[in-house]
Design a protein around this ligand. Structure first.
Ligand SMILES: Nc1nc2c(ncn2[C@@H]2O[C@H](COP(=O)(O)OP(=O)(O)O)[C@@H](O)[C@H]2O)c(=O)[nH]1
Ligand SMILES: [Mg+2]
Length: 218
């Protein structure tokens, strides 16, 4: 389904930016790694890489996806804002054994809606509950509550996975792609392409802000 090194010329149908967000250690990097490389790499082995380009084929469609792997708490609000504003779709991840990580998803969603207010209708958000292999008894919040909040109150897709299951991981990305295709409503057929790649901007901003942070106050 996915090929990691996308040749953008082959993406005759569309290109879009997908941002994966959530608290630290919920499995964001593992999710992307499983999708792109077919295995959950040791995150430390790949800690410097946070941007992936891949091509997804769905039927006749070749969709190029630029995936941004964010760090648990984006260090600077400006970076968080930039990441959100450049994203077309968002996968918000929480872990079934970490109650506060669902609260984090709630906060991130609020920020996404705030900073993408002009295109609210087209903003795709998928909420993913990860680490289902842990079989956590007495989940908090309970599954029924999460499903009701995410699907009925918020109107987003909700999926439960373990990043160790490639098939389940692929389904998450397939859902994103399908929602994107629907939201484009004919963009694919007309060969619509998005040319901007914001990831370099985010890297630059991150470097600039890190330098600023390191600079002693005068
Ligand atoms: N049990 C379990 N552990 C997972 C799963 N996905 C990721 N992890 C582990 O959770 C830890 C954090 O994963 P990582 O992908 O670095 O999380 P990130 O900080 O959100 O990028 C690592 O030790 C992973 O091996 C999962 O589905 N099940
Ligand atoms: Mg990570």
């Amino acid at each position: 389904m996915a090929s990691a090194s996308a040749d953008k010329d082959q993406c005759n149908n569309m290109t879009f930016n997908l941002i994966v967000m959530g608290a630290t250690s919920v499995g964001k990097t593992s999710l992307i790694s499983q999708f792109v490389h077919g295995k959950t790499k040791s995150p430390s082995a790949d800690s410097t890489k946070d941007f992936y380009s891949c091509k997804i084929t769905d039927g006749d469609l070749n969709v190029c996806v630029d995936i941004l792997d964010t760090h648990g708490d984006l260090e600077f609000p400006q970076m968080m804002k930039l990441a959100i504003q450049t994203g077309d779709a968002f996968v918000l991840v929480y872990a079934v054994d970490d109650k506060t990580s669902f609260e984090r998803v709630n906060c991130i969603r609020d920020m996404v809606l705030k900073w993408k207010s002009k295109e609210k209708k087209n903003t795709i958000i998928i909420v993913v509950c990860n680490k289902m292999d842990l079989n956590v008894p007495d989940r908090s919040p309970p599954k029924e509550v999460v499903e009701a909040v995410v699907e009925m109150d918020w109107g987003h897709s909700y999926m439960e996975i373990t990043t160790r299951d490639k098939e389940a991981v692929d389904k998450v990305f397939k859902e994103v792609i399908q929602r994107h295709i629907w939201s484009c409503g004919g963009g694919a057929a007309s060969g619509q392409r998005k040319m901007t790649s914001p990831v370099e901007m985010i890297h630059k901003l991150r470097r600039r802000l890190t330098l600023k942070k390191l600079k002693p106050a005068s």
